[in-house]
Write a protein that binds this ligand. Structure first.
Ligand SMILES: Nc1ncnc2c1ncn2[C@@H]1O[C@H](COP(=O)(O)OP(=O)(O)OP(=O)(O)O)[C@@H](O)[C@H]1O
Ligand SMILES: [Mg+2]
Length: 313
């Protein structure tokens, strides 16, 4: 398994009139081949800027940005062969059919056997029966599937998806997510941005939170959630009383146990202690209605790390 995306100390500032905006401020990031990696952050955090630099659409001020070891500026033609991008905000040309659009892109990408590949990508995004229709008249969902088809034409090893489900209804968003999942299983490396925490949880193995041009935290969901809350709490909804608490407290790894309404809150040193808890509950026989790990939601993590900032962006 090799490293697909490597970013080191990457910085980029824009000028807006006389105002300098530091869009990226020393970003470091590494995405391994085959990962679906989520990039989350508030509006203006720098997500699209990072993707634009990695795709060779924007130049950087300083730092490193590589795709499979190739520098995204110096080796751009080679990089372009192995990447593609879907942005939630792309436009389409009027009065051109889906098939014609894909032929046009296939030509730009110098795809060998374009007709064959067009059939394949249309099947992948389930648009085979729409090929003769104008893309400009497509609904947002169909349009997004067209952009995905376009982005798959060159069999990219790295796919950048900038807010792939923005503006879509629930059903269509689910469909797009299923497609992304399938691409992940097929081995595509995917860097995805989203404002939808549920989407990030559902799709991404690892996630980075970016805020004001800096990566604040990177890791699996579990790691990220652990990063803001040391305490590991198991909440048991039960009719067991003080006696149960006493017993639970004798278990290894249980730090404290307290009743809280109809719940028993058990603080443990590791969620792996769950097994012993379950064994005790099974043996001792109080009624148990539910057991859950009380973890912060990704949303809570996000708010805690990006803080009270509602400044200009
Ligand atoms: N071409 C540009 N000229 C001037 N400023 C820009 C340009 N592109 C981006 N910026 C600024 O850089 C900062 C980062 O923007 P960017 O689009 O990367 O954020 P983002 O994380 O993608 O936000 P969103 O979630 O809203 O898409 C913002 O303050 C934005 O206004
Ligand atoms: Mg953006």
């Amino acid at each position: 398994m090799s490293t697909a995306i490597k970013v080191e100390n990457l910085s980029k500032a824009f000028w807006s009139g006389n105002v300098r905006i530091q869009a990226l401020d020393g970003v470091g990031l590494q995405v391994e081949e085959g990962e679906i990696f989520g990039l989350l952050g508030p509006n203006g955090a720098g997500k699209t800027t990072l993707i634009s630099i990695l795709c060779g659409l924007t130049t950087r001020d300083s730092g490193r940005a590589e795709i499979f070891g190739m520098d995204v500026e110096r080796d751009l033609p080679k990089v372009q062969e192995v990447i593609n991008v879907v942005s939630g905000f792309s436009g389409v040309i009027h009065a051109i059919t889906l098939e014609e659009m894909l032929r046009y892109y296939a030509m730009l990408y110098s795809i060998p056997e374009p007709e064959e590949r067009i059939d394949e990508v249309l099947a992948l995004v389930e648009l085979e029966d729409r090929r003769a229709e104008w893309v400009s008249l497509f609904s947002a969902g169909l349009r997004q599937r067209f952009f995905l088809a376009k982005a798959l034409l060159n069999r990219p090893r790295v796919l950048f998806l900038d807010e792939p489900t923005v503006g879509l209804d629930v059903g269509m968003a689910v469909k797009i997510r299923e497609m992304i999942k399938r691409l992940g299983r097929e081995g595509y490396t995917i860097l995805l941005t989203t404002h939808n925490m549920f989407e990030a949880e559902a799709l991404c193995g690892r996630i980075a939170l970016i805020h004001k041009g800096r990566i604040r935290v990177v890791g699996t969901l579990r790691e990220i959630k652990g990063a803001i809350r040391e305490e590991k709490v198991i909440e048991i909804s039960t009719d067991g009383g003080a006696e149960l608490c006493e017993k639970l407290q004798t278990l290894e790894g249980v730090i404290s146990c307290a009743r809280d309404g109809g719940n028993v809150r058990v603080v443990v040193d590791d969620y792996g202690r769950m097994k012993n808890l379950m064994a005790l509950l099974a043996k001792d026989g109080p009624r148990v209605y539910s057991i859950r790990l009380v973890e912060p939601t990704l949303e809570e993590v996000f708010l805690e790390l990006t803080g009270e900032d509602h400044g200009r962006r």
